[in-house]
Design a protein around this ligand. Structure first.
Ligand code: PMV
Length: 350
């Protein structure tokens, strides 16, 4: 008789402070990265697995916001193919996946991290039900390892707070296979950060992540970049522990601009910043210099600007964002987010 298993998880989007850019086969990062999981921006996914007679590959129905979306299937099938060798039970089921984001799909915010993290959490959850186990200590680590095979940055989205993926010598227990939480002794000032995401350009990404990482193969500055990333990660953790806000912003911004510089110096090359990206960056730096507001920025592989600041400066920075940065956003839209607690099982949906 056919059996049905269900799991529902929400997983956060994350913003990298130390960027992952460049990878080796098997989705192994060329350098370690460090990110902050967000609170408001997340993906909610529900998976129903119905047992069927053995087949080579699971039958998959994918729905986005309740509607079937066959255009997303190739990416999901590629992910399932990558995890199949360690999740053989998938060949005995039909999967119905229903997913939605809390942020607009075309906002330019990367959804692959939260999407693959939520999916990996659901499948790892169902695997435990299938095997009759209760959630074990390695649950999130296993889910992180699997999420990584969907999208590298997704490995970091199975935790809240700050997360490290890769193997920097300064982070005990870290790995290239999965991410680990980074939570040791962070100074109060930098333990609770906000991220106001300025939606400068809301179109689809003009360079896919796969193509982007590929640009680092044979890149003239690759070797120097990977050494610099390791040093920046070390310096950033030192600044986060000591509460050196100025040094923190120096490294944060160097990483963001470094990512774009690598893209601009690649073959082919891309300019993803827009005039309003630069205008926002200039205003942020100016207000930090002239009014000593503790505010800085980072960028993803796109035109949007992530405005980062400590919770203690919320009132003054929010005022500044509204007065000086809002008008630079497409349709004056920006998303107020902050550090989040991490994934949540959505038991009520079961
Ligand atoms: O996870 P991917 O393959 O989409 O790569 C993410 C790359 C950046 O967002 C630019 C940096 C990062 O570490 O998240």
């Amino acid at each position: 008789m056919s059996k049905t298993y269900r799991a529902a998880w929400s997983a956060p989007s994350n913003i990298a402070f130390i960027k992952y850019w460049g990878k080796y086969p098997g989705q192994i990062p060329a350098n370690a990265s460090l990110s902050m999981s967000l609170d408001a921006c997340s993906t909610h996914t529900e998976v129903v697995a119905e047992t069927i007679p053995f087949c080579d590959f699971p039958e998959i129905v994918f729905k986005f916001e309740g509607k079937e979306k066959p255009s997303f299937l190739p990416k999901i099938e590629q992910f399932i193919r990558a995890i199949l060798p360690e999740m053989k039970w998938l060949t005995e089921c039909r999967l119905i996946i229903d997913s939605r984001n809390t942020f607009p799909h075309s906002s330019g915010i990367a959804s692959s991290a939260s999407a693959f993290a939520a999916l990996a959490l659901c499948l790892t959850d169902i695997e435990q039900q299938w095997q009759g186990n209760s959630q074990n200590a390695g649950f999130f680590r296993t889910a992180s390892h699997r999420a990584r095979l969907g999208s590298g940055s997704a490995a970091r989205s199975v935790y809240g707070g700050y997360t490290v993926w890769g193997k920097p010598p300064v982070i005990a227990g870290s790995s290239q296979q999965f991410a680990v939480p980074f939570d040791d002794e962070i100074n109060n000032e930098l333990a609770d950060l906000h991220d106001d995401v300025l939606l400068i350009d809301v179109g689809e990404k003009s360079v896919s992540s796969t193509a982007g990482h590929g640009l680092m193969n044979g890149h003239p500055y690759a070797e120097a970049r990977f050494i610099r990333a390791a040093d920046n990660l070390h310096q950033l953790t030192v600044a986060m522990r000591s509460g050196d806000v100025e040094h923190f912003f120096d490294i944060l911004e160097e990483e963001a601009l470094g990512l774009h510089a690598l893209m601009m110096a690649s073959q082919p090359n891309y300019i993803l910043m827009r005039p309003n990206t630069l205008a926002a960056i200039e205003r942020i730096r100016q207000v930090r210099r002239s009014e000593h507001l503790p505010v800085g920025f980072t960028l993803d592989a796109g035109a949007n600007v992530h405005v980062i600041y400590p919770h203690t400066a919320e009132q003054s920075v929010s005022k500044f964002v509204k007065a000086e940065l809002k008008s630079l956003c497409a349709n004056e839209l920006y998303i107020c987010d902050r550090i989040g607690q991490g994934p949540k099982p959505n038991r009520h949906e079961q």
